[in-house]
Design a protein around this ligand. Sequence first.
Ligand SMILES: Nc1ncnc2c1ncn2[C@@H]1O[C@H](COP(=O)(O)OP(=O)(O)O)[C@@H](O)[C@H]1O
Ligand SMILES: [Mg+2]
Length: 366
Amino acid sequence: MATFPLPPRSVIGILGGGQLGRMLALAAAPLGYRCHVFCPEDDAPAAQVSERTTVADYEDRDALAKFAQAIDVATYEFENIPVAAARFLDERVPLRPSPGVLAVCQDRLAEKSFLNAVGVATTAWLAVPEAADLPAALARIGGPAILKAARYGYDGKGQTAIDTPSDAAAAWSRTVGTAAAGAAILEARVDYAMEVSVIVVRHANGTLASYVPVENLHENHILRRTTAPARITAEMAAAAEAIGRHVAGALDLVGVLAVEMFVTRDGRLLVNELAPRPHNSGHWTIDACLTSQFEQGVRAICGLPLGVTERFADAVMDNLLGDEVAGILAPLAEANAKVHVYGKAEARPGRKMGHVTRLIRHSPGR
Ligand SMILES: Nc1ncnc2c1ncn2[C@@H]1O[C@H](COP(=O)(O)OP(=O)(O)O)[C@@H](O)[C@H]1O
Ligand SMILES: [Mg+2]
């Protein structure tokens, strides 16, 4: 049984092989940890920079049991791990954040119920168990709405805007299809002034660290740009950070949590969704903060003290989507830009291939 803090040379098991796992593994190395990735795909971005990889399905109990024996702590970089698999693993080696946190955050109905139960404001929402319930739910929401599949959505996949009740049937078949009942949530569409997010890190002893709220611009539901800090008042920034800290505590989180929020035109903060892992809107912290969100994640799950979250520069982070990754020579030549490429073989349209962080600094020189 592992005792925390984990000593150097301990092995962090990472469920999921994407860029978040890659950047987590890259942050684990300077602290002397080794990483073992578990994911269904070959040649995954995280596997390329980790000591070991198990290529297996998340449902493969034999593979999970062997994985558990080879690691000292487990985490996930991907939310759609089956909760039963997460519990199976957690019975053998500590999974951080816990399977309970994963269960809340991977189901939009559980997530919004939890948020409201702990006093956090969200947009108005209703569970829509089946297609036949949608017209009544639309009437109750009473304005422009968004229908979302309760599970497995990302980058705007699995959601459809509904402007008039006559769109309902088409929206249901597009979003939920003929999937199992109990599968959808209807949300009032927020006419927001800005989208912001807060990244919070929590240690098992309850210590919290949080980063300054940032401003997120989405295009086709995919994050295009993050500006740090968000251009909001100091009062609103403090309120957003307080919400993030409150949610992390209420979840009894150990690890990193991203809290996405809308700033309404009348100055309220409504939480949109939670991600219990490092987040795209926190990539700027790698280059602009002494301790990145990834290093904080490693520290939290391994039981090390958390680092400081102050930034030494403001920053703008742009995702490199699809073919844009072919254009890195220009930012590589810029004095204040840092380029990150994730090593994915196929540059499919809209796919997150890398990012560029531009620091806005007042340099004291060398
Ligand atoms: N209720 C809503 N009102 C207005 N815009 C929304 C709403 N829900 C989602 N969106 C828009 O769609 C984006 C993606 O939705 P989100 O719920 O964060 O799902 P995911 O990030 O998992 O695809 C949000 O960042 C926001 O731009
Ligand atoms: Mg989102």
